[in-house]
Design a protein around this ligand. Structure first.
Ligand SMILES: *[C@@H]1O[C@H](CO)[C@@H](O)[C@H](O)[C@H]1NC(C)=O
Ligand SMILES: CC(=O)N[C@H]1CO[C@H](CO)[C@@H](O)[C@@H]1O
Length: 301
């Protein structure tokens, strides 16, 4: 297959692109900087250097690509950008692909925050998202636009809270621990739905390879078990040597509400349809490794 990854040097995009390379596929990666392009080339990912919203720079490849992965994240205008990316790809695919060509597969990266915050109800991939976290409420509609696009074979993957490597959204928590104090957004008694970035990458690969069977599906990407937020912080005090006890900071911003959210997630769809099974130790069990990985990637080890 030929795969094009938007956000190829990002926390989701890079491990996903590496997984495709390892599986023998031809991988193109869109990235902003020349330095990152060099890193991609060293990983056998063919770099395309441009801003992701310079559509003409990369939509020209869509005539012959099999799968496009939107792994763009972390920008303030992500809502508008996500919608614009989808319509640019849909329009270019319509124009550039032969009438008999198989539909271009479009894998959109959403997130499990669309399930909202609930400490009593267990949810799964197919639970309706009626109370999403306000920060990401717009993603519910975006997911529907992706799977209902008439030109594309749309698939949605919703990563849970990510861990591993450079730490993603947990990096600031690790940083506070390294400075001697563990303080994070939340209240006692919450639970995290979590996924390691390498397990997530394996799901992108499986979804892409079986895209002709699973078009229109939305997959939650999370471990089989949730983890106690208090356990995570307690363990972080232990592995970092920070001065305990840990402290909860009352969330006062939609982003902090999202970080603090509890999702009792029991995903089944990717296991049932794609044979996917996360393999990594959980966040608490593997925390000394994950904390050391964050330290090393932050240049502190
Ligand atoms: C959690 O879900 C249950 C069942 O849908 C609902 O009755 C309850 O109000 C929800 N709790 C919150 C805090 O939204
Ligand atoms: C290599 C390439 O196609 N570069 C183009 C990227 O997009 C900008 C504007 O959108 C053009 O000016 C570049 O020539």
């Amino acid at each position: 297959m030929k795969v094009l990854v938007l956000g190829a040097s990002g926390f989701i995009g890079l491990p996903a692109a590496q997984a495709f390379v390892r599986a023998g596929h031809t991988v193109y990666g869109v990235t902003r900087s020349a330095a990152k392009a060099k890193q991609l080339a060293a990983e056998e990912i063919i770099p395309i250097i441009c801003e992701v919203d310079q559509f003409d720079n990369w939509t020209k490849y869509l005539g012959t690509i099999d799968v496009l992965i939107d792994a763009v994240g972390g920008t303030a205008d992500i809502k508008t950008l996500s919608a614009n990316l989808l319509s640019a790809v849909s329009q270019a695919a319509k124009k550039l692909r032969a009438p008999h060509a198989t539909k271009l597969t479009y894998i959109y990266s959403s997130g499990t925050w669309v399930h909202g915050d609930n400490r009593s109800e267990i949810v799964s991939d197919t639970t309706a998202c009626t109370k999403p976290m306000p920060l990401v409420a717009w993603r519910v509609e975006q997911e529907q636009r992706v799977i209902n696009d008439p030109v594309l074979n749309g698939i949605v993957i919703r990563p849970a809270l990510l861990y591993g490597r450079s730490g993603s959204l947990l990096a600031p928590l690790f940083e506070s621990a390294s400075k001697g104090k563990v303080a994070w957004y939340g209240t006692p008694g919450g639970r995290y739905a979590l996924i390691h970035c390498d397990d997530l990458a394996d799901l992108y690969l499986r979804a892409a390879e079986k895209a002709q069977l699973v078009g229109g599906k939305i997959f939650d990407a999370a471990n089989d078990f949730t983890e106690s937020q208090d356990d995570v912080l307690n363990k972080l005090v232990e592995v970092s040597g920070a001065k305990g006890p840990y402290e909860w900071i009352k969330p006062e911003h939609p982003y902090h509400d999202a970080l603090a959210c509890t999702c009792l997630l029991r995903p089944y769809l990717a296991r049932a349809l794609l044979g996917w099974q996360p393999k990594k130790p959980g966040l608490v069990d593997g925390l000394s490794t994950y904390y050391a990985a964050w330290k090393a990637s932050a240049g502190l080890a």
